[in-house]
Design a protein around this ligand. Structure first.
Ligand code: FAD
Length: 302
């Protein structure tokens, strides 16, 4: 990213909402559940499955968690009613984990029960390191009662090698990603090459250990490493899947699908679309260039 683009990325919050909204439509399905269902229908037609994420930021009160529980239950019911190929991804902070772990457990349990009622699955997203252990603790508690739940591990965390060993021993369903939060170097690798080496290593371990793995990356080198490991360990098509974010690396997504692998797209939706989109925009310099074009040419069609 050029210095100029970097500057624009950090001042993106000042960009007028209609422009952000136009660019955001690539990364976010829309504000409502119906928008999300339409996006999933499109992806299913393309041969991809989906996972729905209800967007939200900074849940700090008990009453706010209720909205997320109800919205996830509506999502699960709607997926079943429309016969869509999608599960859901839940952030435990939206369930109350950061201020009341028992409430988070009760909320999560309600969502997992609804998923089970519909024969569906709930993935617990992994958030910043202040809640890694609490997230794994709640997941273990859930596993004692449910077999339709999975977790996410982050290759940048130094602890992940040990967590992967536990995952294999306890037969978890794991989504492996690099990790998206800013973490201290005592807890997390910072060097992109080291993160990639760890990503390839732990993915190989899990494929060798024959647990269900969601390989979440848009990094072609990591996709290639995973394909080699899948072949090396003789994993069958239904035992793993690739995962990508909506709107990111669409060309690579189509190539993976065309090669006959399963691929799930993470579909965020909800009224909190602006914060999410700003984060996506900051991560992708090419998109920042489009935003620039929109800002300076007054072109809202982008
Ligand atoms: C399905 C899915 C679920 C995830 N769940 C979590 C989670 O629970 N917890 C967590 O910490 N992280 C999560 N992540 C994010 C992940 O940790 C990485 O930060 C992100 O995927 C970028 O890493 P990468 O492997 O794609 O490689 P990178 O090298 O970062 O990206 C490869 C290329 O893809 C493009 N790209 C990648 N990410 C984006 C983006 N967000 N917006 C625009 N362009 C992008 C860029 O052009 C980049 O050059 C998830 C990612 C995916 C795909």
């Amino acid at each position: 990213m050029s210095v100029f683009e970097r500057l624009i990325a950090t001042t993106l919050p000042l960009v007028p909402s209609p422009i952000i909204r136009t660019v955001a439509s690539r990364y976010v399905a829309g504000e409502t559940l119906d928008d999300a269902f339409s996006a999933v229908e499109g992806l299913n037609r393309e041969g991809a499955s989906a996972t729905l994420d209800v967007l939200g930021e900074d849940v700090t009160r008990r009453e706010e968690t209720r909205f997320f529980v109800d919205e996830y239950k509506r999502a699960l019911a709607g997926i079943a009613a429309r016969n869509l190929d999608s599960n859901v991804s839940v952030k435990l902070s939206a369930m109350g984990l950061k201020f009341d772990p028992q409430l988070a457990w009760e909320n999560f349990r309600e969502v997992a029960l609804e998923a089970r009622r519909h024969g569906n699955f709930v993935r617990i997203d992994m958030e910043d390191s202040s809640v890694t252990q609490a997230t794994i603790d709640l997941f273990r508690r859930a596993r004692a009662e449910f077999d339709n739940v999975g977790i996410v591990l982050q290759a940048y965390l130094r602890r992940t090698q040990k967590d992967v060993a536990d995952a294999i021993a306890e037969r978890w369903s794991v989504r492996i990603c690099k990790g998206i939060y800013v973490e201290s170097p005592t807890l997390a690798l910072r060097d992109p090459d080291l993160i990639r080496r760890n990503y390839a290593y732990v993915t190989d371990r899990m494929l060798a250990g024959k647990i269900p793995v969601g390989i979440a990356t848009h990094d072609e080198a990591m996709v290639l490493e995973a394909l080699h490991a899948i072949e090396r360990h003789g994993r069958r098509r239904e035992e793993y899947e690739f995962q990508m974010l909506m709107g990111v690396a669409v060309g690579l997504r189509r190539l993976i699908l065309a090669q006959g692998h399963r691929l799930r797209v993470y579909v965020p939706f909800g009224t909190a679309w602006k914060g999410y989109s700003l984060r996506r925009l900051k991560e992708n310099p090419a998109i920042v260039r489009h935003v620039l074009a929109g800002v300076f040419k007054g072109n809202r069609g982008l």
